[in-house]
Ligand binder design. Structure first.
Ligand code: NIG
Ligand code: FE
Length: 388
């Protein structure tokens, strides 16, 4: 296996506590990659020799982004809905039905090609780990195929049969919960790592959400929850109670919700693309961070409420609108996402970590927020392989 020395790195973000600051920053740095893993980090002047050398020319190297929340198995788009919203209409969970109809009508090959396109689009922008949910099928066969297709692209697959009540069960939500916790779970569990539920008015209430998550847990899936997105609700408390890896959205929180997150291992995953694209109030990251909660930033990439795959965009919005410092936002988009996915091999650059690296055409990671909308990707390595 051949080794590569990446040297002349102006700023190296390690997220490694053995280096200073939240980002474990090293200046005038170097990294050695052997095969798929990082074997050395430190000052360029102290670097060992390697088979090949890559000159970073003073740029910034950071861990590839960890996007821990995305909905990428779908067909069609919702341009008209977005257009209407930007002309004054408000967002509701019901729009999901439009994508469910288009997704059911699509072939496996179409869904796979669409997903591959979005994974590649994200990779080009520095995302080297991406989670992917089902949730636009809502039948046993359509949910299972969504997860089968997703599993070919990422190990971070999430069963979201409980996205909304399937249209066929509009008059029988309890019957749909039975399906989601029974036959549909049986078909989906083999292809999924996580179980999720949209706990919200118009989707699933606290009792229904608890039933879905507990059934998933009994099948070995780990919970994560769409919680407190559009209104106050029981989602966050439920996530903490069940030891979920993450409570996602966290837009409408009481002091008790914030305290519960801060006192738990459940990560608060904030998705500013959703508030941007639904013209809604942003979540208050500052309040969560000051209370001691762990915060992740993710795209929520989906055709309805947040059609962006750009983690850099999310960082810029989080800094400008949600009270995060640039360092906090970069940390949340890398180490925070890794925490939300309970991964220790990604989200950091340190000996033993997977060599997922983003070289930014910028002298500092602050530029991710300072230069919004500018494509800064100079190179991307995933598991040691140069992809971009
Ligand atoms: O995370 N909140 C539920 N699910 C998605 C929206 C999906 C859609 O509108 O298609 C979300 O925002
Ligand atoms: Fe979502």
């Amino acid at each position: 296996m051949s080794s590569t020395l990446i040297t002349n790195i102006g700023s190296l973000v390690t997220n490694d506590p053995s280096h200073p600051g939240l980002l474990g920053l090293v200046e005038q740095a170097a990294v050695v990659v052997d095969g798929s893993v990082v074997t050395w980090t430190g000052r360029a002047a102290d670097a060992p020799a390697a088979d090949q050398v890559h000159d970073a020319e003073g740029r910034t190297l950071l861990p590839g982004f960890v996007d821990s929340h995305a909905h990428l198995v779908f067909a069609g788009d919702r341009t008209a809905e977005f257009n209407a919203r930007m002309s004054g209409q408000s967002y509701s969970a019901g729009g999901i039905r439009t994508t469910v109809a288009a997704t059911r009508a699509a072939s496996d090959a179409e869904l796979d090609a669409n997903l591959a396109r979005f994974v590649r689009e994200a990779l080009r922008q520095g995302t080297t780990t991406i989670e992917c949910k089902s949730g636009y099928g809502l039948t046993v066969a359509d949910e299972a195929r969504a997860l089968r297709i997703a599993a070919a692209h990422t190990p971070e697959t999430t069963y979201l049969g409980a996205h909304i009540v399937a249209p066929e069960f509009a008059d029988d939500p309890a019957g749909y919960v039975d399906l989601v916790t029974g036959e549909m779970l049986d078909a989906c569990a083999p292809h999924a790592r996580w179980v999720d539920v949209f706990c919200e008015n118009g989707a699933f209430d606290g009792d229904q959400a608890r039933a879905v998550l507990k059934a998933g847990q009994e099948r070995g899936l780990i919970p994560r929850v769409h919680a407190n997105q559009l209104s106050h609700g029981p989602g966050v408390q439920l996530a903490v109670e069940l030891g979920a890896a993450s409570a996602d959205h966290c837009t409408h929180l009481t002091d008790a919700d914030v305290a519960a997150l801060a006192g738990s291992e459940t990560v608060a995953t904030l998705l500013p693309g959703a508030e941007f694209s639904t013209r809604a109030r942003y979540p208050d990251a500052r309040r969560l961070l000051d209370a001691g909660a762990t915060v992740a930033l993710s795209t929520d990439c989906n055709p309805g409420s947040s059609f962006t795959s750009s983690m850099a965009f999310c960082i810029a919005v989080a800094v400008r609108e949600m009270g995060m410092t640039p360092d906090e936002a970069v940390h949340a988009a890398t180490a925070g996402g890794a925490r939300a996915l309970r991964r220790t091999d990604v989200g950091r650059i340190a000996p033993g970590a997977r060599a997922d690296l983003l070289l930014l055409d910028a002298p500092s990671p602050v530029h991710l927020a300072y230069r919004p909308g500018v494509p800064l990707t100079a190179a991307v390595w995933r598991a040691g392989v140069r992809e971009v």
